[in-house]
Write a protein that binds this ligand. Structure first.
Ligand SMILES: CC(C)(COP(=O)(O)OP(=O)(O)OC[C@H]1O[C@@H](n2cnc3c(N)ncnc32)[C@H](O)[C@@H]1OP(=O)(O)O)[C@@H](O)C(=O)NCCC(=O)NCCS
Length: 407
């Protein structure tokens, strides 16, 4: 019996059924932990799996080994160079991982009931990073995976091309700083982490405020928020829309104008670093818009004044939203992908009326939870989505380039 097993005897007796449930959770988590972004313009990043270029470290699942792992410890040396020194530590076994996931899950439930139970972990690009508590017992692990987003995937617009992501499972947010320090040592040795179009990324529960100072200290910025709205949560009353405006379902004939409104969100978000315009963006947005406009029932609504489109709200229906549904409680989940009103029509109630139209449809179609991304730095987003009944669920912290993570 390994030392982990001795510490966690109950966990050692898991049934085959429990193991198969765990494997299922891992599969869901692979999508969750890779933070995919949908294939279209939206309030901010998103994008459906699969990533054709996904690194095996992100698509595979964590596989504990009964061996020692070699872990590098960053040490500052003369002339500003950093070298790593190998040390052998036990590879965290399934019992340790399950125990930490359970501890993280109970913390998450207490923080926000809209958070999911923690899923499995990605395979990771190397041995897991592990931290101990003051009692010397395992207090957290983190798996790192690297992805390079391909040129023909629209998700490339919603962030850097190289994304190096840490998935933590912590008993206590107090050990996050230690974990980030170890991760920094790993990144310092990676040439791709210095690339201009790279980021170190951590998704952190927005209400887990105990980790915020550690993320700030390491030079990470809270760029993006995943916000959540439970079904039938009423927004503050929307004012009526002005005469001459019509809100209706989008049609194939709206393609040119609708694709232009989708691009409007991307241009707007480029101001906040959450969208980065790519050579293929226009073509990919148009293709995505064409597909959604031909689908029925429709999930895209437009506002029209005198034959001109002046607003658009676009929702990804439940099956297509599975990639992000794992970020919240179980149940039918949709993803509000794009919300845009032309500058000349803003501030008169149109945005609120369009969201209400979409929510009425979602509630009627049995959607239990709606998620969306917004840029934390967009001054219009925070008050708007709060007023529409959404609250922050996850905050995506980034250091760009990835090597900018501070020691
Ligand atoms: C965000 C956006 C969709 C809002 O549309 P809108 O038609 O201006 O919104 P409304 O007039 O219905 O306003 C609804 C509420 O949003 C908030 N809001 C709207 N404009 C605001 C502003 N300039 N400053 C602060 N809050 C604002 C207010 O709470 C407002 O309610 P109130 O007027 O009763 O106080 C629109 O500004 C837009 O398309 N912006 C550019 C793209 C974008 O940022 N999209 C959101 C991405 S997540």
């Amino acid at each position: 019996m390994s030392s982990e097993r001795a510490k966690y005897p109950l966990r050692a007796r898991r049934s085959a059924k429990a193991i198969s449930r765990a494997v299922h959770a891992v599969n869901l988590a692979v999508r969750k932990n890779s933070t995919p972004r949908a294939g279209a313009a939206r309030c901010i990043p998103a994008g459906p799996a699969p990533f054709r270029d996904a690194n095996a470290a992100c698509t595979g699942r964590y596989s504990p080994r009964r061996v020692l792992r070699v872990q590098g410890t960053a040490r500052a040396r003369g002339r500003g160079r950093e070298v790593t020194e190998a040390k052998q530590v036990p590879w965290p076994g399934p019992d340790v991982v399950d125990d930490l996931s359970e501890a993280a899950g109970s913390r998450w439930r207490a923080i926000d009931p809209m958070l999911p139970a923690p899923g499995g972990l990605p395979a990771g690009c190397m041995a897991p990073l592990a931290v101990s508590g003051t009692n010397g017992l395992p207090a957290g692990i983190g798996l790192c995976c690297h992805r390079r987003i391909a040129d023909d995937v629209l998700d490339q617009v919603w962030g850097t091309i190289t994304r190096i992501e840490l998935t933590p499972r912590l008993r206590d947010s107090a050990v996050l700083d230690d974990l980030l320090g170890q991760w920094r040592g790993h990144l310092a040795a990676l040439p791709e982490a210095s690339g201009k179009d790279s980021a170190a990324v951590v998704n952190w529960p927005s209400r887990d405020i105990g980790g915020v100072n550690a993320l700030l200290k390491r030079g990470m910025q809270p760029l993006t928020v995943i916000a959540v709205r439970p079904a039938r949560r009423t927004a503050l009353a929307a004012a009526g829309i002005s005469p001459g405006l019509v809100i209706r379902e989008g049609e194939p004939a709206d393609l040119d104008a609708a694709a232009e409104l989708e691009m409007g969100v991307i241009r707007n978000d480029a101001h906040f670093g959450t969208a980065i315009m790519r050579p293929s963006t226009g073509t990919l947005v148009r293709e995505d818009t064409r597909k959604v406009l031909t689908g029925r029932p429709g999930w895209l609504w437009v506002a029209e004044r005198a034959g001109r489109l002046v607003g658009l709200v676009h929702v990804q229906p439940p099956p297509d939203s599975d990639w992000i549904a794992v970020m919240t409680r179980p149940g039918t989940t949709a993803y509000l992908q794009t919300m845009y009103v032309t500058p000349d029509e803003r501030g008169s109630g149109l945005g609120g009326a369009m969201v209400k139209r979409a929510h009425d449809e979602l509630d009627a179609r049995g959607v239990l939870t709606t998620l969306l991304h917004y840029s934390q730095l967009n001054p219009l987003s925070v008050p708007f989505w709060s007023r529409m009944g959404y609250r922050p669920l996850w905050t995506t912290w980034e250091a760009r380039p990835a090597a900018a993570l501070r020691s």
